[in-house]
Structures are given as structure tokens and as C-alpha cells.
Design a protein around this ligand. Structure first.
Ligand SMILES: [Zn+2]
Length: 277
């Protein structure tokens, strides 16, 4: 029961009992307030902890996902497509070079070694674009072999054999006293071989440009060529045309003709590699 405020009319002071009651009530109120304040603080901290751990948890989960999620199949396929030819090594041999100019145009203005180098370098670029590993017997007129025809040809073959090439293509231009002679030829050692397939693929691509006639595939029974007989790889020597013939020479000395020659050779090589067992 709540004590009375006054004991009587004469007593102006509060009774002791009343004051105790008031103090107790105040203390209780303060205690309650402190407890509520504490609870509020704990609740606040709890919310902060929950929110923080949730955020960190999500972050950690994402990091875990990044480490464990496999690379999408799409990119694997892209890499595979790009490297379809990357298992192959092809040696490109721009004929002649350095001390040996090869044959020349009738006016003597351009040598075979210049034409074969330009075309050879373009073949290299086109094949590398498709992922093929390309080895060149020479990339400039500064040849790595001595000025000796036998050592020259052996050095070219050694480069091819050392690189264990899947295909070897020697690029040349022909010449004849009879300026009416024209046409392209593919040379190999033996018929019905991988080399014949390689040569045919190249000659077929080249002849699709119709710049000269197709003289076909020729083999060792007609003439043996050192870069082929000593070679361990599937190998061919391509005679692109006759520099002694004005029409063939016009094509082979032109930028357009050289670009087409390089395109034909590289496409023939790629077709051969695509169908290789
Ligand atoms: Zn030649």
C-alpha cells in the first residue's frame, strides 16, 4: 500500500517511510533503465555482428566459388579450336638466298631468291595465324650456310630434320630457254605418299587462281632433288611458275601474285594437316 504523504497537519516534512518508498521507487526505475540500456546495447552489437558476419560470409562464399567454379566450356573450346594446328611443325624453305640468286626475270631486274623469300615469309605469317609452329630455313638474304651448293642444301634439310617437321615446303620459281614454257609443278620423291597429298593440296589451291597452267606432280623418277631425298619429313618442292615466261613472271613479281601464291601454299598445307592421320 502506498504510504501517505503527510502524517498530520503539524508535520510539514515527509515521513521517513514515504521517503524510503520514494528512493526505492527511484532506484528501481534507474535499475530498470540501466538494464534496458544494456539490453539495447547488446541488441545493437548483436545486429552489427549478424550483419557483418553475413557480409563476410557472402564474400568468403564468393571467393570460394571463384576458386572452385570450373572455367566455362566455351573458353576451353575456343582454346581447342585455336590450337587445332598447334601440334604441327612446318618448315618453309624459301629457295636460294645469299650467294645464290636462283633464276631471274628476262630483264634481270628480279631474282628468284627475292620472290621466294617474300612468299615464304607471307606463308609463315598465314600459318602462324592459324597456330602452326613454323620453322624457316631463312628469313632474310643473310643465309646461315656457307657459299657452297651442297652444304647449302644439306643445311636446309638439317633445319627441317632437326625440327621434326610434319611438313616441309621448298618454294621455287622455274626457268627455261624456251620462253613459251609456263606453269606450276609440285615435286616429290615417290607417288602415293603423304608427300604427294601435300603437293597435290598445294598445287590444287594454287591452280584455283588460274594464273598459269597446272603441270602436275612430278617425282624422283624424272629428277631427284637434294632437299627431298635427304629429308625425313613429308616434303615437297613447289615450282610456282617460269620467270622466263612473261605472263608467269608478271604474276610472280607482282604483290598480288605473291600474296595469292602464299595464300595457296598455306591453304594447301593447312588442308594437308587437317586430313593428316
Ligand atoms: Zn629454284
Amino acid at each position: 500500500m502506498k504510504p501517505k504523504k503527510h502524517q498530520g497537519k503539524k508535520d510539514f516534512k515527509y515521513s521517513k517511510k514515504y521517503l524510503d518508498y520514494k528512493r526505492q521507487k527511484k532506484n528501481k526505475y534507474l535499475k530498470k533503465k540501466r538494464v534496458i540500456k544494456k539490453l539495447k546495447l547488446r541488441l545493437f552489437l548483436l545486429i552489427i555482428i549478424v550483419l557483418f558476419s553475413g557480409f563476410m560470409g557472402k564474400k568468403l562464399l564468393n571467393m570460394y566459388k571463384d576458386f572452385t567454379t570450373p572455367i566455362p566450356n566455351e573458353s576451353v573450346t575456343t582454346t581447342k579450336n585455336f590450337s587445332k594446328y598447334s601440334k604441327f611443325t612446318v618448315t618453309i624453305d624459301p629457295g636460294h638466298g645469299g650467294y645464290d640468286v636462283g633464276t631471274s626475270t628476262i630483264d634481270g631486274m628480279m631474282h628468284e631468291k627475292e620472290i621466294t623469300l617474300k612468299i615464304g615469309l607471307e606463308v609463315k605469317r598465314l600459318l602462324e595465324e592459324k597456330g602452326v609452329n613454323v620453322i624457316m630455313t631463312r628469313t632474310s638474304d643473310n643465309v646461315s650456310w656457307p657459299s657452297n651448293n651442297k652444304k647449302d642444301l644439306r643445311a636446309r634439310v638439317k633445319i627441317s630434320n632437326d625440327s621434326n617437321s610434319d611438313a616441309f615446303v621448298s618454294i621455287h620459281c622455274n626457268a627455261n630457254e624456251n620462253t613459251a614454257h609456263n606453269g606450276m609443278e609440285g615435286w616429290i620423291r615417290f607417288p602415293n605418299t603423304q608427300s604427294e597429298k601435300l603437293a597435290k593440296n598445294i598445287i590444287n589451291k594454287l591452280s584455283s587462281y588460274n594464273y598459269t597452267k597446272n603441270r602436275g606432280i612430278k617425282n624422283e623418277s624424272i629428277k631427284s632433288l637434294a632437299v627431298l631425298t635427304l629429308n625425313n619429313s613429308t616434303a615437297t618442292l613447289i615450282e610456282l611458275g617460269f620467270l622466263s615466261n612473261s605472263s608467269d613472271a608478271k604474276f610472280l613479281t607482282s604483290k598480288e601474285g605473291q600474296a595469292k601464291s602464299a595464300k595457296g601454299i598455306s591453304e594447301g598445307v593447312l588442308e594437308y594437316l587437317s586430313n593428316k592421320d
